[in-house]
Design a protein around this ligand. Structure first.
Ligand code: GLU
Length: 317
């Protein structure tokens, strides 16, 4: 497989993208879209593309899924830079981040159960909003369960590379969110924010379903003094019923025996319009075409999913 110019050693190049699947099952078409978009955009900027396995949620993980994901990516012809990063090996970094957030007075213990929150919280665009019960200390007789981030007065505004300006009043729209769960596992927002920041990821290109996750992740990075990447949220693939393709909606796994055809479809979905005759061509020819023609601007403003944080009018192409 031809490797496009990778200017990893050039001091001029700063772009570093990444793909970060969770090993909860095999990759499906929606994952291929996110991988392809982030990969081609990174290579277009002569940048690096890192691979991170987000394996911090054992109850949701499937044995063997991480290995299956790596093998599928390889068979589809993706080439990542450096070693694969595994979040389960990053416990020390997450603990240190939580300690720093505590020292800043930005994180606190929470003794509430789901039932408490269901009873006292209000409904927000992304689920129940924590009512702030333990903000000033645990009520008498309560044991700490989870750790939450204090969002008092916190706003995060950012310019999404594809969706335009996004504004989020974290306190009102999300509330004090969990950074360490009651079962002891680290929350996705914390782990993603720390890794993207510490690994020097400059651009996160991922599915639009994760748009609402960006403000809390930027908030954590700001508190920790980490530089936030630029974010671009790709349209997501939905099924005929309008549901996002995911393991929960039984999206079929990728079939590496049909890698060329499926990659062609992913490029089509990403608005790149590869020529028909490449659909059955050797994979490397399709990649060569994709590297030569990739234009993320074709995707500006396309979302195919409900935006939960307030969003201004999409950026003009
Ligand atoms: N691991 C997350 C997922 O598979 C995505 C992480 C990200 O791109 O930030 O949904």
């Amino acid at each position: 497989m031809d490797q496009p110019a990778n200017a990893k050693d050039s001091p001029v190049t700063r772009y570093r993208g990444r793909f970060a699947p969770s090993p909860t099952g095999p990759l499906h078409f929606g994952s291929l879209v996110a991988a392809t978009g982030s990969y081609l955009e990174a290579r277009h900027h002569h940048g690096e593309w890192w691979l991170r396995i987000d394996d911090i949620d054992p109850p949701r993980e499937q044995p063997g899924a991480a290995a299956q994901i790596l093998s599928a990516l390889e068979r589809f012809g993706f080439q990542w830079d450096g070693p694969v990063h595994y979040q389960h090996q990053r416990t020390a970094a997450y603990l240190e981040a939580i300690q720093r957030l505590r020292d800043l007075g930005a994180a606190y213990d929470c003794g509430c159960t789901r039932r408490d929150i269901a009873a006292a919280g209000r409904e927000g665009p992304n689920g129940r909003i924590y009512p702030g019960t333990c903000r000033h200390g645990l009520p008498p007789g309560r044991e700490p369960r989870s750790i939450r981030l204090l969002t008092r007065g916190m706003r995060v505004d950012f310019d999404d590379l594809l969706q335009g300006p996004v504004r989020c009043d974290l306190e009102r729209e999300l509330g004090d969110f969990v950074i360490r769960r009651a079962d002891g596992f680290f929350a996705y927002h914390l782990a993603a924010a720390v890794d993207d920041g510490v690994h020097g990821i400059t651009h996160v290109i991922r599915g639009h379903d994760l748009l609402w996750c960006t403000p809390p992740q930027i908030a954590i990075q700001r508190l920790l003094g980490l530089t936030s990447p630029s974010y671009g949220h790709l349209p997501i693939a939905v099924n005929a019923a309008g549901q996002k393709l995911s393991k929960q909606t039984f999206a079929p796994p990728l079939d590496a025996d049909k890698a060329g055809d499926q990659l062609w479809q992913a490029l089509m979905f990403l608005g790149q319009e590869p020529p028909d005759d490449l659909r059955r061509a050797p994979l490397r020819e399709l990649w060569a075409w994709a590297h030569a023609h990739w234009a993320i601007s074709r995707l500006r403003g396309r979302q195919q999913a409900v935006v939960d944080c307030q969003q201004d009018s999409p950026a003009q192409p």
